[in-house]
Write a protein that binds this ligand. Structure first.
Ligand code: DP6
Length: 361
C-alpha cells in the first residue's frame, strides 16, 4: 500500500447531516517510537499492547455547509467548549484533506470524553486522534457506493490517525500492533499499524498493565519537541538500529513465551527512551524520584518472589507495570502495599490488553 491507495474515489452518495460515535483505546509501546520524519513517518518500527480501559469516546456530528472554503468545527471535552484543541485539529484536517475530500463540505461538532481523568498525565492523543479518524471514516463509508472492506477501513483509519499523532495509528485494533517497516514482519508499513501477524504464546493473553500516576501534571516535553530531539542526536542512528534488533528478538519471545527475555527488552526500551532524552541537546530528565523508587521496588520484588512483573515508561514520569494475568492477585497486593505510596494521591489505573476501537453508534 502507498499513500495513493488512500485517496478516495469520487463519492456517489450525498449526506446532509448525521453523527457517529466511536470509542478508541490508548496503547503502550513495548519497542518505542521516538524519532520521526515529516508526517509521522517513524524512524524505526514499534510495537504496542492496545489497552482496554483507557480510552476516548468521540461523537462527530456533521451538517452540510453552503460554502466550502474553510474547515469549520467546534470541539468539546466533557461538554465544555475547548478552543485550545482547535489548532491541533486544524493541522490534522489540513494533513488529511487530500484523503478525505468531504472535510470542507461540513460543519463538525466534535464531542469527546476520556475514561481516564484528563489531569492524569496520560496522553490522550493516541486515543483521541484515532477516535476522530474513525468517525471520519464512518462518514466516508456512508458516502461511498461500493462496500468498503473492513481491512481497508481499518488500514485507512490507522493511516489517518498517524497523520494526527504517530502512536494513534496503533490504537485502531488490538491486541498487539506493529507500526513501521520491519523486514521480518510481512505487511508491516511506515504508513499504518497492522495486527502482529505471528505466533503469540498463551503467556501474553490478557496481559495486565497497571498505570502508576507519579506525576499528573502537563507533559514537560511535548512529543513534537521530543521527537525533534532525535535529529542530530549523537546516538540516534544506533538507537534506530537497536529498535529493529529488539523487534526481531521479540518475535521469538512472543512465540516461546519467555517472560524473562521479554522483561529485558521492555525495560531496556523504556530506559533507552529516557536515555535519549537525557543525552539530547537540550537535555531532559522526565523521571521523578518516585519513578526510580518504583523501578527499584519492582526489581527487589522480582528478586524476592521470582515474579515476571516488569515496567515500561512513556515520555513522562508515570510507570506502566506489566505482568501476566496469572500473577494478578499477588501483583495487585504488592502494588497496594508498596507502590501506591509513590503515586500522586495514591492514584493508579488498572488496565489490561484490549482489542481495539468500537463503533458505539
Ligand atoms: C514515547 O505519538 O505522541 O509514547 O507523532 O508527535 O504525536 P507524535 O508523537 P506521539 O509519540 C509517542 C512516543 C512514545 C512512544 C510510543 O508510543 O511509541
Amino acid at each position: 500500500m502507498t499513500e495513493k491507495d488512500f485517496i478516495s474515489k469520487p463519492y456517489s452518495k450525498t449526506l446532509e447531516s448525521g453523527s457517529f460515535t466511536w470509542s478508541s483505546p490508548s496503547n503502550i509501546a513495548l519497542v518505542k517510537y521516538w524519532g520521526k520524519k515529516e508526517d509521522q513517518i517513524p524512524e524505526n518500527p514499534s510495537i504496542s499492547f492496545t489497552l482496554d480501559y483507557c480510552k476516548t469516546t468521540t461523537t462527530l456530528s456533521f451538517s452540510k455547509k453552503e460554502k466550502y472554503e474553510e474547515f469549520s468545527f467546534d470541539v468539546f471535552l466533557d461538554s465544555e467548549q475547548k478552543d485550545d484543541f482547535k489548532p491541533k485539529i486544524e493541522t490534522f484536517f489540513k494533513r488529511i484533506e487530500r484523503y478525505l475530500p468531504f472535510l470542507k463540505a461540513y460543519h463538525f461538532k466534535i464531542e469527546t470524553s476520556n475514561s481516564f481523568p484528563h489531569s492524569s498525565g496520560i496522553a490522550s492523543s493516541a486515543s483521541g486522534m484515532s477516535a476522530l479518524a474513525l468517525c471520519l471514516m464512518s462518514i466516508e463509508r456512508s458516502l461511498s457506493e461500493v462496500d468498503v472492506t473492513e481491512v481497508y477501513f481499518n488500514q485507512k483509519a490507522s493511516f489517518l490517525s498517524r497523520l494526527g499523532s504517530g502512536s494513534a495509528c496503533r490504537s485502531i485494533e488490538g491486541d498487539l500492533i506493529v507500526w513501521g517497516t520491519h523486514q521480518e514482519i510481512g505487511g508491516s508499513s511506515d504508513l499504518f499499524g497492522i495486527k502482529y501477524p505471528k505466533d503469540v504464546h498463551e503467556n501474553f493473553k490478557n496481559y495486565q498493565d497497571t498505570i502508576l500516576l507519579v506525576d499528573k501534571g502537563e507533559k514537560q516535553v511535548s512529543s513534537t519537541i521530543g521527537h525533534n530531539l532525535m535529529h542530530n542526536h549523537p546516538y540516534a542512528e544506533r538507537r534506530f538500529e537497536q529498535a529493529h534488533e529488539n523487534m526481531s528478538k521479540l518475535i521469538s519471545i512472543f512465540k516461546s513465551g519467555d517472560l524473562e527475555a521479554f522483561t529485558k527488552i521492555v525495560e531496556s526500551e523504556a530506559l533507552t527512551l529516557h536515555s535519549m532524552m537525557m543525552t539530547s541537546m537540550p537535555y531532559f530528565i522526565l523521571m521523578k524520584p518516585n519513578t526510580l523508587g518504583i523501578i527499584n521496588a519492582i526489581w527487589a520484588f522480582r528478586t524476592k518472589t521470582n515474579s515476571k512483573i516488569c515496567f515500561t515508561l512513556d515520555a513522562g514520569a508515570n510507570v506502566h507495570v506489566l505482568y501476566p494475568e496469572n500473577e494478578k492477585e499477588t501483583v495487585i497486593e504488592f502494588i497496594k502495599n508498596e507502590l501506591v505510596t509513590y503515586c500522586q494521591n495514591e492514584h493508579y489505573i488498572s488496565d489490561q490488553i484490549g482489542f481495539g476501537a468500537q463503533l458505539i453508534s
